[in-house]
Write a protein that binds this ligand. Structure first.
Ligand code: HEM
Length: 449
């Protein structure tokens, strides 16, 4: 028997819950999961009936088993901002694009990036402890992410052409602001002035990208030129997507969460193990992605009447998987709010494919491998060179989740060079030394604003 989805989608506009969702998507979902006793429920979002998927099983059904029924939305705001591209395309066109573009993120292209990645880590992170002052890590990681992305994808290197690097970074930020000004204004269908600034920024970025594509033979741009793509604008549209501010923001989010999860003398043992054992570092990184996924999730449209978790889903309605809640599904992840890297060699060994921080199934992230290379390089560098602690120790680590997750107030962290620290200074945080808790996890547990 097919049953009706719990929850209500109300009436058009008045019943819309977009503002509530965008203000605090986690509480939005947690409240409804509890109220309906179900990790799949419905509400009205962006003035459309939307089912929310917060269970591992539901996410797998949506993104894997029924990926040919639940399709990407070609009218998504991504299409307005980035033009036609793989993210909002479906069917054979999407499969062919994926096949072509995947070449860029594996094998030769990826192998040739490792020296550059190392040099960016060294340059960005070598002075973390030199002033002996606490550092605001998020902007440092975001800049590092922009250097990786622009250097690898566009051959624009901050140390060689700093003005060009700064200009492109600025344009990417303006362009990005156009996207985030869009979705909440559902009751005002006119685009804000931020949107026209964003379009101007996009035009300037496209000029720069086209020039690069004409002139450069080497590296990623050279590889992209050589791909069999359907038309002339395809390469430039995708470069625009790859250099978007989203990727440095997502990287900075994960790197900040990693830093906080391993913060303080209480986590010294975890840092030491991760420093010695690359497999354990992988487990730490899985656990960071599980607890603090950068993106809230992804959206699909049902192309026909169907079911999800046994519930009826009507044709044309939207479905959204919410990574944060999927990753804390207690059916699969015991003590889901605890930071426990060991779960990945115990009960959850071999279950990495139950995460969805990089999507899942045939439309998962094509930058997955590259992302792993970035994370390992940066986290490896930090572990090899520093111990670190929050300073001051009583900062609010409450996260905001949209548009990209990070602590709402940027955390300050003090770094101690590894060679002259037997145990990092506690900076007044004596509690951590004794309890061996992760201040990050503690702070999250106590908040549900
Ligand atoms: C921390 C870094 C990253 C995160 C968290 C991330 C996350 C994601 C997620 C969640 C999806 C699936 C979206 C959905 O289900 O609707 C996705 C897809 C995608 N990602 Fe990433 N990504 C990251 C890095 C990258 C990089 C470095 C690239 C390449 C430059 C990239 C390119 C893509 C593309 C092209 C898709 C769309 C694939 C398709 O629609 O078939 N991502 N990513």
């Amino acid at each position: 028997m097919m049953s009706k989805l719990p929850g209500s989608t109300g009436i058009s506009l008045l019943g819309d819950k977009s503002l509530e969702f965008y203000r605090d998507p986690i509480t939005f979902c947690e409240r409804r999961i509890e109220k309906h006793g179900s990790r799949i429920f419905q509400a009205r979002l962006l003035n459309k009936s939307t089912s929310f998927v917060c269970s591992v099983q539901g996410m797998k059904e949506l993104l894997c088993d029924k990926s040919s029924v639940f399709l990407k939305d070609p009218t998504d705001v991504m299409t307005y901002m980035y033009g036609d591209n793989i993210v909002t395309t479906n069917g054979e066109e999407a499969s062919l694009l994926r096949l072509s573009l995947m070449n860029l993120f594996t094998g030769k292209c990826l192998a040739s990036s490792s020296d550059y990645i190392k040099s960016v880590c060294e340059r960005s992170l070598k002075d973390l402890s030199s002033s002996a002052e606490p550092q605001s890590v998020y902007p440092i990681f975001k800049r590092l992410g922009s250097e990786l992305v622009l250097g690898l994808f566009l051959n624009v290197k901050a140390e060689e052409t700093p003005e060009v690097f700064e200009e492109i970074t600025h344009l990417c930020t303006l362009h990005w602001h156009g996207i985030i000004s869009a979705p909440v204004n559902i009751k005002v269908p006119l685009w804000s002035s931020g949107f026209s600034t964003a379009l101007e920024a996009r035009d300037k970025l496209m000029e720069i990208i086209k020039e690069k594509l004409e002139l450069e033979q080497e590296g990623f741009v050279g590889c992209l030129r050589a791909l069999p793509l359907p038309d002339a604008s395809c390469a430039s549209q995708h470069l625009l997507l790859f250099i978007s501010a989203l990727i440095p923001k997502a990287l900075a989010s994960l790197l900040t969460s990693f830093t906080l999860a391993l913060c303080g003398p209480g986590q010294e043992e975890v840092r030491e193990r991760a420093r010695q054992d690359p497999r354990y570092l992988d487990q730490v990184l899985l656990e960071v992605q599980r607890l603090w996924p950068p993106f809230i999730g992804g959206r699909r449209i049902a192309s026909q009447d169907t079911t999800l978790g046994g519930y009826h889903i009507p044709k044309g309605s939207a479905t959204m998987y919410v990574s944060y809640t999927v990753h804390r599904d207690p059916e699969v992840f015991h003590q889901p709010d605890e930071f426990r890297p060991e779960r990945w060699s115990g009960r959850n060994a071999g279950q990495e494919n139950l995460l969805c921080s990089l999507g899942n199934g045939p439309r998962n992230c094509i930058g997955m491998q590259l992302n792993h290379v970035f994370l390992k390089a940066v986290c490896g560098y930090m572990l090899q060179h520093y111990g670190w602690a929050l300073s001051p120790s009583d900062q609010s680590l409450q996260y905001k989740w949209l548009p990209v997750s990070r602590p709402a107030e940027l955390p300050m962290v003090i770094f101690t060079p590894l060679h002259d620290q037997a145990s990092p200074q506690s900076h007044g945080n004596t509690q951590d030394i004794h309890t061996h808790t992760c201040p990050h996890a503690e702070a999250r547990k106590g908040t549900s604003d």
